[in-house]
Design a protein around this ligand. Structure first.
Ligand code: GCU
Length: 416
């Protein structure tokens, strides 16, 4: 299919709307009615008719299809210790290695596991600036992959440096996670695919057909590429006796929260999903056009989604789906959507409504979703199988957020 874009579709948007009274009227697509208007009344119909057609739509029109399979060729534990973090944890740094079409790729998973747990549940999430940023642990290796510049972290020539060790400690709360009996596994996302509009690098070329230079209109953008990496991490966990592969909670913040949701939708091995401030193309309803919109995101980040998604630039009303149905694809597995009060760009209300409108699908499975359309007060989480909170503060991941995720995971995965 060839798609024509007008310049208006690319650039014709002005100021973002932050006024609730200017949200256009729109109809929320019914997750329990198929594209052919058939009512979905039970789990069987959901799984046979509706889930596959929604998954297919998101695959070919939003995130893009992964054009083939690529398995781990080999892995190497490049470093490990049974006495990490002053004896609190075990640590492993594992390279997963892939090759195809004359290209080679590897990425490293940094894994911390609580010492007193034999097969640990883990939170798995990408980080923005390298594994060494999540902790001050001097043994964590510094990735040599391309990184986005951030002078305040000492990243100036797209190379990570020692200067940023531990700078994101507050976003990960490693000790809290370990004390609660969970492990943490994290990957520097640019090792899987550098976050820039360039499809000659990262994982994409390994799956190109002869002569292909960039993904086709319905093929994977960067978000789908990052989900590919999370699924390979899952493949690895299935081989690692120290990790409970049935209790892997995929977590992500912001663009990596969008990634976590799509990973949870496409790979049912993930036991639970956490979307922290994921916004447009993540948890937020696109049709509200509040804060970031489809046109804005496709213009600023043309490499994140598949090119077909641009059809919906300033044309959200023609989308036959919305992001609540992305969340519904995760059912019946637990999903947590979190917002921040000052993060209007990500549309907290749109994130909440997605969780709410996904809930009928959870109810089919007799799981409790978000029971009321009223948004809860700030810092007052609603924690059912579908969970939601809006906390005070800005676009970030905080100690409060992690405290909620741990409490909720204890309840949903361990009935605690
Ligand atoms: C930008 C982008 C958001 C994204 C965020 C992030 O603000 O517009 O869609 O979530 O970056 O990843 O930090």
């Amino acid at each position: 299919m060839s798609v024509q874009f007008s310049s208006a579709q690319f650039g014709g948007e002005f100021k973002p709307n932050y006024d609730e009274s200017k949200v256009p009227e729109f109809e929320v697509p019914n997750p329990l009615k198929s594209f052919r208007k058939r009512k979905i009344k039970n789990v069987r119909q959901w799984e046979k008719i509706r889930r596959p057609e929604l998954l297919d739509f998101f695959t070919h029109n939003v995130y893009g299809k992964i054009p083939g399979e690529l398995k781990i060729e080999s892995w190497e534990v490049v470093e490990q210790s049974n006495n990490a973090l002053n004896g609190k944890a075990r640590r492993k740094q594992v390279d997963l290695i892939f090759s195809k079409n004359g290209h080679r790729l590897f990425f490293n998973i940094l894994i911390y596991l609580p010492k007193n747990v034999e097969k640990a549940p883990v939170f798995l999430g990408y980080n923005f600036y390298g594994n060494h940023t999540v902790t001050n642990d001097v043994h964590v290796r510094i990735s040599e992959a391309w990184a986005r510049n951030n002078p305040s972290f000492g990243i100036i020539h797209n190379q990570l440096t020692e200067q940023s060790r531990g700078v994101r400690e507050n976003r990960w709360q490693l000790e809290k996670i370990l004390d609660a009996g969970y492990g943490l596994a994290t990957i520097f996302y640019c090792e899987v695919d550098p976050d820039k509009d360039d499809f000659s690098n990262g994982i994409h070329p390994l799956l190109y057909t002869d002569g292909q230079q960039r993904p086709a209109y319905n093929e994977w953008g960067a978000i789908a590429a990052w989900t590919w990496g999370l699924s390979r991490a899952m493949d690895y966990f299935e081989q690692d006796d120290e990790v409970d592969e049935n209790k892997v909670i995929v977590f992500g913040h912001s663009r990596l929260g969008k990634t976590a949701l799509w990973a949870g939708a496409t790979d049912q091995r993930f036991a639970a999903v956490i979307s922290n401030n994921s916004g447009c193309g993540g948890a937020a309803l696109s049709k509200r056009r509040f804060g970031e919109t489809v046109a804005r995101i496709n213009r600023s980040f043309p490499h994140w989604f598949c090119r077909n998604f641009m059809i919906f630039n300033q044309n959200e009303e023609s989308l036959p789906v919305d992001q609540h149905e992305l969340i519904a694809l995760i059912a019946p597995r637990p999903v947590y959507v979190a917002s921040a009060k000052e993060d209007l760009w990500a549309d907290p209300r749109g994130e909440f409504l997605s969780a709410y409108y996904a809930s009928p699908v959870y109810n089919l499975y007799e799981k409790e979703g978000i029971p009321s359309k009223e948004m809860p007060d700030v810092n007052q989480p609603v924690q059912n199988t579908v969970a939601y909170h809006i906390r005070t503060g800005k676009h970030d991941v905080t100690e409060f957020d992690w405290e909620q995720y741990i409490l909720w995971a204890d309840k949903e995965l361990f009935n605690k």
